[in-house]
Design a protein around this ligand. Structure first.
Ligand SMILES: Nc1ncnc2c1ncn2[C@@H]1O[C@H](COP(=O)(O)OP(=O)(O)OP(=O)(O)O)[C@@H](O)[C@H]1O
Ligand SMILES: [Mg+2]
Length: 149
C-alpha cells in the first residue's frame, strides 16, 4: 500500500524512533525509503552570523553549509546502513525551511506516506507536537504516520 515512504530526520532520538517502525513496513509491500535531512541555516546556532556574514561574505555561508552537510552525510549513511538490507534507500540533503522542504520533497518523490517523529531536537515537554511535524501534518496532502517520543 505504501510503496515509497519519506522519512524526514533531524537525527534526534525522536526521529530515530521511527526506524524500527519503518522496518515493519517491509512485509506490507514497501519497496523504497527516501531519507531526508533539511539544513536550515536560519535557525542554527549560527543564525546571526550565517545571515549577516553570509551577506557580507557569501563564502562563509557556503562553508557553513558544507560543514553541516558533511556531518549530515555521516549520519545519513548510518541510517542508510540500517535500512538498506530491507529496502531501496535514497538519501537527500536539502537546504531550506524544513517543513516546506519536507512537503516539496514528498511531492517530487511521489511518496505514498511521510513517516515523521512527533518531536525532534527541541523536544519540549509541554508540546503535543513539534512545529515541523505539526506543519507537515497540517499542510501536506500525503498521509502521515507520526511516531511518538
Ligand atoms: N531539519 C529537519 N530535517 C528533516 N526532518 C526534520 C527536521 N526537523 C524536524 N524534522 C522531522 O520532524 C520531526 C519533529 O521535529 P520538530 O522539529 O517538529 O520537533 P522539535 O524539534 O521538538 O520542535 P521545534 O523544532 O518546533 O522546536 C522530527 O522527528 C523529524 O522527523
Ligand atoms: Mg525541531
Amino acid at each position: 500500500m505504501f510503496k515509497k515512504i519519506l522519512f524526514p530526520t533531524d537525527f534526534s532520538q525522536c526521529s530515530d524512533n521511527v526506524i524500527p517502525y519503518l522496518k515493519k513496513f517491509k512485509d506490507s509491500g514497501t519497496k523504497e525509503i527516501v531519507v531526508l535531512h533539511v539544513i536550515d541555516l536560519r535557525y542554527t546556532g549560527y543564525v546571526e552570523s550565517a545571515s549577516w556574514f553570509g551577506e557580507v561574505m557569501p563564502y562563509f555561508k557556503i562553508d557553513l553549509f558544507n560543514t553541516m552537510k558533511e556531518e549530515a552525510e555521516k549520519k545519513l549513511k548510518s541510517i542508510q546502513k540500517k535500512l538498506s538490507p530491507h529496502f531501496k534507500v535514497k538519501v537527500r540533503i536539502e537546504d531550506g525551511v524544513p517543513f516546506k522542504t519536507i512537503i516539496e520533497v514528498a511531492e517530487k518523490e511521489r511518496v505514498n506516506l511521510i513517516a515523521i517523529g512527533s518531536h525532534g531536537k527541541s523536544n519540549i515537554e509541554e508540546m503535543l507536537l513539534g512545529s515541523v511535524s505539526e506543519k507537515v501534518i497540517r499542510k501536506s496532502d500525503k498521509p502521515c504516520m507520526v511516531i511518538k517520543r
